[in-house]
Design a protein around this ligand. Structure first.
Ligand code: CO
Length: 139
């Protein structure tokens, strides 16, 4: 049977400042392929992607007054791993599957950083790790 989840797309790291957070990736790892920061006002975040051969690291910084990562950063002021994201073929089918299996889905599908629909799964079902599911973008 095929897995409901596909490839690991990215690991999300919440940071107080994207500008500061990209420095070690450039200076220590020598990575040049880092996307320009963009804002998702509806989700209260700014983000950029560090492109690696096997996937991406998403650096996320709070945006606006009620950013969902504000509380997380209070607990981890220097930044920390925030979520990991797996690709799925169909976000609505994935949501129905997760609910049927008893996982707690947070909210309704919405447009994520890659321009495709995403949902989040509560960390309680995955040993403390917040899971993002995203519809596979057309590359
Ligand atoms: Co993400």
């Amino acid at each position: 049977m095929k897995n409901i989840i596909g490839r690991l797309n990215h690991v999300g790291i919440a940071v107080p400042s994207i500008k500061a957070a990209v420095i070690p990736y450039r200076k220590i790892f020598g990575i040049k392929d880092i996307t320009r920061p963009r804002t998702l006002p509806a989700q209260g975040v700014r983000f950029c992607f560090v492109n690696l051969p096997t996937g991406q690291i998403e650096l996320i910084e709070p945006y606006g007054d009620n950013s969902p990562i504000e509380n997380f950063l209070k607990k981890h002021p220097k930044g920390a791993q925030h979520h990991m994201c797996f690709e799925v073929e169909d976000i609505y089918a994935a949501k129905a599957h997760m609910e049927k299996k008893g996982a707690k889905v947070l909210g309704e599908p919405r447009i994520g950083a890659h321009g495709t629909k995403v949902i989040f799964l509560h960390p309680k079902d995955f040993t403390g790790t917040l899971i993002e599911l995203m519809e596979t973008p057309e590359h």
